[in-house]
Design a protein around this ligand. Sequence first.
Ligand code: PLP
Length: 230
Amino acid sequence: MDLSTLRVDFPLIAGRPDLVYLDSAATSQKPRRVIESLKRFYETLNANVHRGAYRLSAEATEAYEEARKRLARFLNANPQEIVFVRNTTEAMNLVAYAWGLRNLKEGDEVLVTEMEHHAGLVPWHLVAGLTGARIRAIPLTEEGRLDLSALDTLLTERVKVVSVVHMSNVLGTINPVAEIARRAKEVGALVVVDGAQSAPHLPVNVKALGADFFALSGHKMLGPTGAGVL
Ligand code: PLP
Protein backbone atom coordinates (compact mmCIF):
# COMPACT_ATOMS: atom_id res chain seq x y z
CA MET A 1 0.00 0.00 0.00
CA ASP A 2 1.49 3.34 -1.06
CA LEU A 3 0.47 5.76 1.67
CA SER A 4 1.68 8.87 -0.14
CA THR A 5 -0.64 8.07 -3.06
CA LEU A 6 -3.53 7.40 -0.70
CA ARG A 7 -2.99 10.72 1.09
CA VAL A 8 -3.65 12.58 -2.16
CA ASP A 9 -7.24 11.33 -2.07
CA PHE A 10 -7.92 13.06 1.24
CA PRO A 11 -7.91 16.85 0.94
CA LEU A 12 -7.69 17.40 4.70
CA ILE A 13 -4.41 15.52 5.03
CA ALA A 14 -3.07 15.96 1.50
CA GLY A 15 -2.05 19.50 2.19
CA ARG A 16 -0.63 18.74 5.63
CA PRO A 17 2.30 16.30 5.49
CA ASP A 18 2.83 16.96 9.22
CA LEU A 19 -0.57 15.48 10.06
CA VAL A 20 -0.90 11.77 10.85
CA TYR A 21 -4.53 10.90 11.45
CA LEU A 22 -5.01 7.74 13.53
CA ASP A 23 -8.62 8.16 14.69
CA SER A 24 -10.42 6.62 11.72
CA ALA A 25 -12.30 4.13 13.88
CA ALA A 26 -13.95 7.10 15.59
CA THR A 27 -14.53 8.98 12.36
CA SER A 28 -12.73 8.64 9.06
CA GLN A 29 -11.45 11.46 6.90
CA LYS A 30 -13.36 12.01 3.67
CA PRO A 31 -11.90 11.25 0.25
CA ARG A 32 -12.12 13.90 -2.45
CA ARG A 33 -14.72 11.87 -4.36
CA VAL A 34 -17.10 11.89 -1.40
CA ILE A 35 -16.73 15.61 -0.83
CA GLU A 36 -17.16 16.29 -4.53
CA SER A 37 -20.19 14.08 -4.82
CA LEU A 38 -21.90 15.86 -1.90
CA LYS A 39 -21.11 19.17 -3.56
CA ARG A 40 -22.36 17.89 -6.91
CA PHE A 41 -25.62 16.78 -5.37
CA TYR A 42 -26.32 20.19 -3.85
CA GLU A 43 -25.17 22.02 -6.96
CA THR A 44 -27.01 19.91 -9.54
CA LEU A 45 -29.59 17.54 -8.05
CA ASN A 46 -30.96 18.89 -4.78
CA ALA A 47 -34.76 18.62 -4.57
CA ASN A 48 -37.40 16.98 -2.41
CA VAL A 49 -37.01 13.21 -2.62
CA HIS A 50 -40.17 11.11 -3.17
CA ARG A 51 -42.46 14.10 -2.74
CA GLY A 52 -42.24 16.19 -5.88
CA ALA A 53 -43.93 15.72 -9.28
CA TYR A 54 -41.33 17.55 -11.31
CA ARG A 55 -38.18 16.49 -13.12
CA LEU A 56 -35.54 17.62 -10.63
CA SER A 57 -37.33 15.87 -7.79
CA ALA A 58 -37.58 12.69 -9.88
CA GLU A 59 -33.83 12.84 -10.56
CA ALA A 60 -33.03 13.39 -6.89
CA THR A 61 -35.30 10.47 -6.02
CA GLU A 62 -33.53 8.29 -8.57
CA ALA A 63 -30.12 9.14 -7.07
CA TYR A 64 -31.45 8.46 -3.58
CA GLU A 65 -32.86 5.09 -4.59
CA GLU A 66 -29.61 4.24 -6.37
CA ALA A 67 -27.79 4.80 -3.08
CA ARG A 68 -30.26 2.43 -1.40
CA LYS A 69 -29.55 -0.24 -4.02
CA ARG A 70 -25.81 0.17 -3.62
CA LEU A 71 -26.04 -0.18 0.13
CA ALA A 72 -28.17 -3.28 -0.33
CA ARG A 73 -25.54 -4.81 -2.61
CA PHE A 74 -22.81 -3.84 -0.15
CA LEU A 75 -24.57 -5.71 2.67
CA ASN A 76 -26.27 -8.44 0.61
CA ALA A 77 -29.63 -7.11 1.77
CA ASN A 78 -32.73 -6.26 -0.27
CA PRO A 79 -33.14 -2.58 -1.21
CA GLN A 80 -36.48 -2.33 0.60
CA GLU A 81 -34.70 -3.40 3.80
CA ILE A 82 -32.36 -0.39 3.77
CA VAL A 83 -33.45 2.28 6.26
CA PHE A 84 -31.44 5.49 6.14
CA VAL A 85 -30.63 6.86 9.57
CA ARG A 86 -28.01 9.28 10.87
CA ASN A 87 -25.65 6.73 12.40
CA THR A 88 -25.37 3.47 14.34
CA THR A 89 -26.57 5.10 17.54
CA GLU A 90 -29.79 6.19 15.86
CA ALA A 91 -30.22 2.77 14.24
CA MET A 92 -29.87 0.96 17.57
CA ASN A 93 -32.30 3.37 19.22
CA LEU A 94 -34.74 2.85 16.36
CA VAL A 95 -34.75 -0.91 16.87
CA ALA A 96 -34.95 -0.66 20.65
CA TYR A 97 -37.77 1.89 20.66
CA ALA A 98 -39.72 0.83 17.56
CA TRP A 99 -39.51 -2.91 18.11
CA GLY A 100 -38.47 -3.30 21.75
CA LEU A 101 -40.93 -0.91 23.32
CA ARG A 102 -43.81 -2.57 21.51
CA ASN A 103 -42.80 -6.20 22.00
CA LEU A 104 -40.82 -6.57 25.22
CA LYS A 105 -42.53 -7.18 28.55
CA GLU A 106 -41.72 -8.17 32.11
CA GLY A 107 -39.98 -11.53 32.24
CA ASP A 108 -38.40 -11.07 28.80
CA GLU A 109 -34.65 -10.77 28.44
CA VAL A 110 -32.34 -8.88 26.10
CA LEU A 111 -28.99 -10.57 25.71
CA VAL A 112 -26.06 -8.26 24.98
CA THR A 113 -22.31 -8.75 25.44
CA GLU A 114 -19.83 -7.29 27.88
CA MET A 115 -18.06 -5.62 24.97
CA GLU A 116 -20.95 -3.54 23.61
CA HIS A 117 -20.42 0.08 22.68
CA HIS A 118 -22.72 2.42 24.61
CA ALA A 119 -24.76 2.81 21.41
CA GLY A 120 -25.70 -0.87 21.65
CA LEU A 121 -26.28 -0.85 25.36
CA VAL A 122 -28.01 2.33 26.50
CA PRO A 123 -31.08 2.01 24.21
CA TRP A 124 -31.76 -1.49 25.53
CA HIS A 125 -31.29 -0.39 29.15
CA LEU A 126 -33.72 2.48 28.67
CA VAL A 127 -36.30 0.30 26.92
CA ALA A 128 -35.86 -2.41 29.56
CA GLY A 129 -36.61 0.22 32.19
CA LEU A 130 -39.81 1.11 30.37
CA THR A 131 -40.99 -2.45 29.69
CA GLY A 132 -39.74 -4.44 32.69
CA ALA A 133 -37.50 -6.61 30.51
CA ARG A 134 -34.12 -7.63 31.87
CA ILE A 135 -30.68 -7.16 30.33
CA ARG A 136 -28.13 -9.95 30.54
CA ALA A 137 -24.64 -10.04 29.03
CA ILE A 138 -22.40 -12.69 27.47
CA PRO A 139 -19.16 -12.45 29.49
CA LEU A 140 -15.62 -12.21 28.11
CA THR A 141 -12.74 -14.63 28.43
CA GLU A 142 -9.29 -13.56 29.65
CA GLU A 143 -8.27 -13.10 26.00
CA GLY A 144 -11.06 -10.62 25.36
CA ARG A 145 -13.26 -13.00 23.38
CA LEU A 146 -16.90 -13.78 24.01
CA ASP A 147 -17.33 -16.74 26.32
CA LEU A 148 -19.80 -18.68 24.19
CA SER A 149 -20.00 -21.50 26.73
CA ALA A 150 -22.18 -19.10 28.74
CA LEU A 151 -24.83 -19.28 26.02
CA ASP A 152 -25.91 -22.68 27.35
CA THR A 153 -27.32 -21.01 30.44
CA LEU A 154 -28.00 -17.52 29.09
CA LEU A 155 -29.91 -18.39 25.92
CA THR A 156 -33.31 -19.46 27.15
CA GLU A 157 -36.81 -18.95 25.77
CA ARG A 158 -36.98 -15.76 27.86
CA VAL A 159 -34.48 -14.11 25.52
CA LYS A 160 -36.35 -12.11 22.88
CA VAL A 161 -33.41 -10.15 21.45
CA VAL A 162 -29.72 -10.86 21.11
CA SER A 163 -27.89 -7.61 20.42
CA VAL A 164 -24.23 -8.01 19.65
CA VAL A 165 -21.36 -5.91 18.37
CA HIS A 166 -19.77 -7.46 15.27
CA MET A 167 -16.31 -5.99 15.83
CA SER A 168 -15.28 -4.43 19.13
CA ASN A 169 -14.23 -0.79 18.99
CA VAL A 170 -12.07 -1.34 22.07
CA LEU A 171 -10.46 -4.72 21.45
CA GLY A 172 -10.79 -5.21 17.70
CA THR A 173 -12.28 -8.63 18.43
CA ILE A 174 -14.40 -10.01 15.59
CA ASN A 175 -17.32 -11.83 17.14
CA PRO A 176 -18.76 -15.07 15.72
CA VAL A 177 -22.07 -13.43 14.93
CA ALA A 178 -23.31 -16.16 12.58
CA GLU A 179 -22.91 -18.78 15.29
CA ILE A 180 -24.53 -16.58 17.94
CA ALA A 181 -27.39 -15.80 15.54
CA ARG A 182 -27.94 -19.48 14.82
CA ARG A 183 -28.21 -20.20 18.55
CA ALA A 184 -30.45 -17.15 19.05
CA LYS A 185 -32.85 -18.33 16.35
CA GLU A 186 -33.18 -21.68 18.12
CA VAL A 187 -34.91 -19.88 21.00
CA GLY A 188 -36.82 -17.56 18.65
CA ALA A 189 -34.83 -14.41 19.49
CA LEU A 190 -34.25 -11.52 17.09
CA VAL A 191 -30.64 -10.77 16.22
CA VAL A 192 -29.41 -7.17 16.20
CA VAL A 193 -25.86 -6.50 15.03
CA ASP A 194 -23.84 -3.34 15.68
CA GLY A 195 -21.73 -3.15 12.55
CA ALA A 196 -20.17 0.27 13.18
CA GLN A 197 -16.65 -1.16 13.16
CA SER A 198 -17.13 -4.24 10.97
CA ALA A 199 -18.76 -2.57 7.95
CA PRO A 200 -15.67 -0.40 7.35
CA HIS A 201 -13.28 -3.35 7.69
CA LEU A 202 -14.89 -6.63 6.64
CA PRO A 203 -17.08 -7.85 3.81
CA VAL A 204 -20.54 -7.96 5.38
CA ASN A 205 -23.26 -10.35 4.29
CA VAL A 206 -26.28 -9.83 6.51
CA LYS A 207 -27.98 -12.98 5.23
CA ALA A 208 -24.97 -15.18 5.97
CA LEU A 209 -24.68 -13.56 9.40
CA GLY A 210 -28.32 -14.27 10.18
CA ALA A 211 -28.84 -10.66 11.26
CA ASP A 212 -32.41 -9.42 11.53
CA PHE A 213 -31.05 -5.90 12.01
CA PHE A 214 -27.61 -4.57 11.13
CA ALA A 215 -26.45 -1.01 11.85
CA LEU A 216 -23.62 1.03 10.37
CA SER A 217 -22.33 4.60 10.34
CA GLY A 218 -21.26 6.23 7.07
CA HIS A 219 -18.87 8.62 8.78
CA LYS A 220 -16.67 5.74 9.97
CA MET A 221 -16.27 4.36 6.44
CA LEU A 222 -15.27 7.38 4.35
CA GLY A 223 -18.87 8.56 3.96
CA PRO A 224 -20.45 11.77 5.12
CA THR A 225 -21.32 12.45 8.73
CA GLY A 226 -25.06 12.14 9.31
CA ALA A 227 -25.66 9.22 6.95
CA GLY A 228 -26.03 5.74 8.39
CA VAL A 229 -27.98 2.61 7.64
CA LEU A 230 -30.18 0.20 9.51
N1 PLP B 1 -20.83 0.92 17.86
C1 PLP B 1 -19.49 0.84 17.82
C2 PLP B 1 -18.85 -0.50 17.90
C3 PLP B 1 -18.72 1.99 17.67
O1 PLP B 1 -17.39 1.90 17.60
C4 PLP B 1 -19.36 3.24 17.60
C5 PLP B 1 -18.60 4.49 17.49
O2 PLP B 1 -17.44 4.54 17.85
C6 PLP B 1 -20.77 3.27 17.64
C7 PLP B 1 -21.46 2.10 17.77
C8 PLP B 1 -21.52 4.56 17.55
O3 PLP B 1 -21.39 5.09 16.28
P1 PLP B 1 -22.03 6.48 15.91
O4 PLP B 1 -21.41 7.50 16.83
O5 PLP B 1 -21.66 6.71 14.50
O6 PLP B 1 -23.48 6.38 16.14
